[in-house]
Design a protein around this ligand. Structure first.
Ligand code: HEC
Length: 134
């Protein structure tokens, strides 16, 4: 079968536009989580990573964030906590900050009802974390 170019070219362009929406998705967040979070929070985010027993306070179970917030996943609070304080001005905490190298690649994310420019990787991470709430 031969498709006329006039049909094919616009179709391919349209397809490209669909595939690259630029919005991060759950698998992106899952990969980032596997690389950066499991040592402390554990493979299934239940707070039982290999380093967990060495930490005070211990890393929390991240599948309970919604339950601990009246059943609603706390988007802004979770994101802010992970982003941290890149200048490390006033935070004494065990968990590292992840905001340091991320500020340049921003996507708009609906955080508790407000569209907020958010580092792309963290937007994906948030989708992932919300998906594992139980
Ligand atoms: C070095 C260990 C460590 C790593 C790595 C780590 N965390 Fe944590 N995390 C903790 C600890 C410990 C706490 C408890 C509060 C504190 O002292 O920092 C915590 C708290 C949190 C909280 C706050 C939970 C609440 O109840 O409000 C979130 C959300 C979180 N971590 C997500 C993540 C994500 C996502 C990653 C990966 C990007 C990550 N953490 C990487 C140790 C870690």
């Amino acid at each position: 079968m031969r498709l006329p170019l006039t049909f094919l070219v616009p179709s391919l362009l349209a397809l490209g536009a669909c595939v690259d929406t630029g919005m991060p998705e759950r698998p992106d967040g899952a990969a980032f989580f596997a690389q950066n979070c499991v040592a402390c929070h554990g493979t299934y985010a239940r707070g039982d990573g290999p380093l967990a027993t060495t930490l005070t306070p211990p890393p929390p179970d991240l599948t309970q964030l919604a339950r601990n917030n009246d059943g609603r996943f706390p988007e802004t609070k979770t994101l802010a906590y992970i982003y941290g304080d890149p200048q490390e001005n006033h935070l004494t905490r065990v968990m590292p900050n992840f905001g340091k190298d991320m500020a340049l690649d921003l996507v708009p994310v609906d955080l508790d009802g407000t569209l907020t420019p958010t580092p792309r990787v963290l937007a994906g991470l948030l989708v992932y974390l919300e998906s594992i709430q139980r």
